[in-house]
Write a protein that binds this ligand. Structure first.
Ligand code: LLP
Length: 431
């Protein structure tokens, strides 16, 4: 797969041709499966995973894909088949991993600030690799559930945990997705961690397995990752001197991509990132875990949508598409930028437009004052870099069925999630 080079999966194979995903025309896919349609390149996802695996090859490691970025079962299965583990944040995400790749249960780390007893039980029974614990209360709950499970069954194993420490490192990203400062809800103040570990190792239902950290998302520079890891590394050495030898260090996720279509060398980014982690962790011989989400899937996916109308209001031109904020909420929620390109280019001058969906909110936009086109009603446009936090954050707002999803594997494309029907939407309700 690596020889195929899928770093540029979305391309026009020849002048005048429509946009392709690897060897498959997006026009053909839209005709066959309808729009809005998410299309993913399996080859690019595999290639990105392998970049991390290669960059960390010198040490014991596990890439735990952050399921929240894109939780399609077919993508989980693809990644599991290539050796990935998973970072989950809910019982639901664990159910997804078990459905797609039950053999990967032992490679799962469970993050999140509010795990319920039922979710903890599910994960204990599944035998996950470790719980990334975010508070002392959660650690107590974890011990209590492990003890209870042991009493009720023959499962007498300790619960492996890592404290998610908050390193108080600033990561330059959108405030909604920055997590590594003391004022955030995430993790445990790193200064309090030693005392908590010392108490926990006395509990017979807990195993101090590792330490974890996650400073935020869409972070473009390797420096904050290195700075956070320096602090974690200091903690690991301190614990080691005190007789607590951790087996794993989890560096979290967060490595960012370029959403502006600039030249972007993914391999180089991963090398810098891995070097920053390795530099800070020299002397630690245990397992290095990482939890990338966006970097693996964002650029491997597009959202294909059809132009319904082109409308002028005053000085403005609106391109109204059949996809809306319920399909891809990132622009509305984070003022995120997604490149938008016509699937088939038309001759003529690009126009300055707003690209908007049919949802009844002014926040329902994909781009404002953007040069696009020219496009006409009926044309297809693709929202690029939509593979991460696109479908995963979609909703049924305005009673809109969710989009279908297609996975392209070389020259083949297969439906991995059918479009929702009205029956799917109305099913759970009672009049
Ligand atoms: N690990 C933990 C504990 C996390 O909270 C996250 C993301 C990840 C790993 C994966 O981060 P990534 O490698 O994807 O940056 N919806 C937002 C992003 C939210 C990220 C939440 N946590 C967006 O669309 O930009």
């Amino acid at each position: 797969m690596t020889e195929q080079n899928c770093s540029h999966s979305f391309h026009h194979p020849r002048p005048g041709a429509p946009l392709y995903c690897d060897s498959v025309s997006l026009e053909d896919l839209a005709r066959k499966f309808g729009t809005p349609l998410y299309v993913y390149s399996a080859c690019q996802i595999a290639e990105r995973l392998m970049l991390f695996q290669q960059a960390l090859a010198g040490r014991e490691h596990l890439v735990c894909y952050a399921v929240k970025a894109n939780s399609a079962l077919a993508i989980l299965k693809l990644l599991a088949g290539l050796g990935a583990g998973f970072d989950i944040v809910s019982g639901g995400e664990l159910e997804r991993v078990m459905a797609a790749a039950p053999e990967a249960a032992g490679k799962v780390v469970f993050s999140g600030v509010g795990k319920t007893p039922a979710e903890i039980d599910l994960a204990l029974k599944a035998g996950i690799l470790e719980f990334n614990v975010e508070s002392e209360a959660e650690l107590e709950l974890l011990a209590a559930r492990a003890r209870r499970l042991a009493a009720a069954s023959r499962l007498k194993t300790k619960a492996r945990f890592a404290l998610r420490v908050n390193p108080d490192v600033f990561a330059d990203t959108h405030p909604y997705i920055s997590t590594g400062l003391r004022e955030h809800k995430f993790g445990i103040d790193i200064r309090r961690a030693p005392a908590i570990y010392k108490r926990a190792v006395k509990n017979r239902w807990l195993e101090a397995h590792g330490v974890s950290v996650h400073i935020g998302s869409q972070i473009r520079s390797a420096d904050p990752f290195g700075a956070a890891m320096e602090r974690v590394s200091r903690l690991v050495r301190q614990l080691d001197r005190e007789g607590i030898a951790l087996k794993s260090v989890d560096a979290g996720g967060g490595l960012g991509i370029d959403y502006h279509g600039g030249s972007f060398d993914a391999a180089e980014k991963v090398r810098e990132y891995a070097a920053a982690l390795a530099g800070a962790l020299s002397g630690f011989g245990g397992k290095l875990l990482i939890e990338p989400g966006r970097f693996l899937v964002a650029q491997a996916g597009v959202l294909v949508t059809r132009v319904l109308h082109v409308k002028r209001n005053g000085a403005k031109t609106f391109v109204i598409t059949d996809a809306a904020m319920n399909d891809l909420i990132r622009p509305a929620l984070y003022q995120a930028h997604h490149e938008i390109v016509p699937v088939r280019r038309r001759a003529g001058k690009p126009q300055m437009v707003d690209v908007v969906g049919p949802v009844c909110e002014s926040g329902d936009f994909f781009a404002r004052d953007r040069k696009l086109g020219p496009v006409k009603p009926g044309d297809l446009v693709a929202l690029l870099d939509a593979g991460a936090y696109g479908m995963a954050q979609s909703s049924n707002y305005n009673t809109r069925p969710r989009a279908a999803e297609v996975l392209v594997e070389g020259a083949k494309a297969r439906l991995i999630r059918r479009r929702e029907t009205m029956a799917d939407l109305l099913g759970p309700e009672m009049v």
